[in-house]
Design a protein around this ligand. Structure first.
Ligand code: CP
Length: 358
């Protein structure tokens, strides 16, 4: 059984992502995640198991008795939400997930009012959090920081699990989990995800949710991926390389209408101008053809769905919001349930919850 304590940071960092998975699992040998850092940790059986657990938790939570039962699992644990980048959904849904399972929480949302402002390193900050908390859920602008912290903590005398809630332009694994959960639920009575066509549209170059979800979709058979974006914001080479290596059918295009007509799910994303390297860089790109409105809605299949990780700007017109195929509000709520399932799994509770009498 691989352990993070048996490998140096440089050696671990250099491993291909899929080879890192065993180092990030719970030490009981069951193959379940302890640290959650990237999408490559999740295969199909694990995704389906998390979805089943999320369904069970949401069912149990409906009654007062069930909600109290769920809260009885982790009242002795505390979670730290360390979000040094803005967030509404990821912060609040992790917070709500902790509350569902009885964890108490603390947060740092602005490093200008933590001791990082006084020059404390991120390593020391995270080690400090681990002194008071039993899990750290972190969003950072730095690629790879969650991974480095997971290694650091595992090699400290106070190891606690890390959940990556968004790391730079790189990965957003729990967003991808809620996206897959949404696809599973949307198509569960319609033949499942296999063989579907999923279109990604918008800022695919800098959207970390796209990288993570594109990878998770490779766990399903015959899923075609279409990438629709202006040339400057098209899907990055590393994603294309993974798809090509895995033999996934994919298409890169700038024709949104044709892609919508051919798709079962259309995943819209906003322009990520917070990553601009020069002022007004994104504003110079013509994005007018990469928006979903009434014309695109008319082209979408009757069983198709519209997704968005949110927040949105104007890439989905509000006239689409009440269409039954608009899945983005439900997608957001699904995040609370799948994150509850992930946290329960991190603490080794999945068998107990799945096997309970509810
Ligand atoms: N989807 C997402 O990550 O949203 P927030 O930035 O609001 O957390």
């Amino acid at each position: 059984m691989a352990k993070l304590t048996e490998i140096g940071w440089k050696e671990f960092e250099a491993l291909p992502l899929e080879e890192k998975r065993p180092y990030l699992e719970r030490p009981d040998g069951g193959g379940m995640p302890y640290h959650t850092l990237f999408a490559q940790q999740f295969d199909r059986p694990l995704l389906e198991r998390l979805a089943t657990l999320a369904n069970r938790i949401r069912f149990i939570a409906k009654s007062r008795e069930g909600a109290l039962f769920l809260k009885s699992f982790l009242p002795h644990k505390r979670a730290m939400l360390y979000f040094s980048q803005p967030s509404s959904r990821t912060f609040l849904s992790h917070l709500a997930a902790c509350q569902i399972l009885g964890l108490t929480t603390g947060s740092v949302r602005d490093t200008a009012i933590s001791s990082e402002f006084k020059g404390e390193s991120k390593e020391d900050s995270v080690r400090t959090f681990s002194s008071y908390f039993d899990m750290i859920i972190m969003r950072t602008p730095e690629k790879g920081l969650a991974e480095k912290m997971a290694w650091e903590l595992s090699n400290s005398d106070r190891p606690v699990p890390i959940i990556n809630a968004g790391s730079g332009k790189d990965q957003h694994p729990t967003q991808a989990l809620l996206d897959i959960y949404t696809l599973i639920r949307s198509f569960e009575k319609k033949g499942g995800i296999d063989g579907r066509t999923v279109t990604f549209c918008g800022d695919l170059m800098r959207g970390r949710t796209v990288r993570s979800l594109s990878y998770l979709l490779t766990n399903f058979s015959g899923v075609k991926q279409i990438f629709v974006a202006p040339p400057d914001l098209q899907v990055p080479a590393d994603v294309v390389m993974i798809l090509a290596k895995k033999g996934v059918d994919f298409e890169v295009t700038d024709n949104l209408k044709a892609a919508v007509a051919a798709s079962d799910a259309v995943y819209m994303t906003r322009i990520q101008d917070e990553w601009d390297t020069a002022k007004g860089e994104s504003a110079k790109i013509d994005t007018s053809r990469f928006k979903f409105g009434a014309e695109e809605l008319a082209l979408l299949k009757p069983d198709g769905i519209i997704m968005h990780p949110l927040p949105r700007r104007d890439e989905i017109a509000t006239c689409c919001d009440h269409d039954p195929r608009a899945m983005y509000w439900r997608q957001m709520r699904n995040g609370m349930w799948i994150r509850s399932a992930l946290i329960a799994t991190t603490f080794g509770l999945e068998e107990e919850i799945l096997g309970c009498g509810y």
